[in-house]
Design a protein around this ligand. Structure first.
Ligand code: ADP
Length: 163
């Protein structure tokens, strides 16, 4: 019987989209436990605070028994160690994601060689979807149904005045 490893799914999640959820759900099928980790100190300027991003993830992951949510401000490899995770799961949408992901995977491997990075390919219907696109649509007053969970749509409405 091969060893079974716990996984961490890191990201900015500003806000969580249906594309993220798809990756989290599929990670939960592959690994015994999944820790979703909100990067509090991301280079990206965020619309939602880390606390709001964690709260949104809590709401949408509440039914997934083996999935927990937290946030981290330091190195991902250190936080993964604290969580007891041995696998980092990242989603890949297009070739444009690949270069950055390759760099991060090599960097994390150098920092902690026993932490493996595993990539899950996007589901076709979410291959165009990103938090940035969702925020752009919302800011311009467009519909985000089907792109984010309903609870996130409510919070977007409160934040940017979505109709
Ligand atoms: P980061 O700033 O770390 O890239 P994101 O919140 O943008 O954080 O993304 C977190 C993870 O989710 C990344 O691995 C990203 O590739 C993946 N992801 C985001 N949107 C999708 C999607 N539509 N389909 C598949 N994976 C996605």
């Amino acid at each position: 019987m091969p060893p079974r490893y716990d996984a961490i799914v890191p990201g900015t999640f500003d806000p969580v989209t249906n594309g993220h959820l798809d990756i989290i759900e599929r990670a939960a099928q592959l690994f015994p436990t999944v820790h979703v980790a909100v990067a509090a100190s991301s280079n990206k300027s965020a619309l939602f605070t880390p606390e709001e991003r964690v709260a949104m993830l809590h709401e949408v992951c509440a039914q997934m028994g083996t999935v927990s949510v937290g946030s981290f401000a330091g190195l991902l490899v250190d936080y993964a160690g604290e969580c007891g995770a041995h696998v980092i799961v990242r989603g890949l949408r297009a070739v444009s994601d690949f270069e950055y992901e390759l760099q991060m995977a090599h960097t994390n491997r150098r920092l902690r060689p026993d932490l493996e990075t595993v990539f899950v390919m996007t589901t076709t219907e979410y291959s165009f979807l990103s938090s940035s696109i969702v925020k752009q649509i919302a800011r311009l007053g467009g519909p985000v149904e089907g792109l984010v969970p309903d609870s996130v749509r409510q919070r977007l409405r409160d934040k940017v005045g979505l109709p």
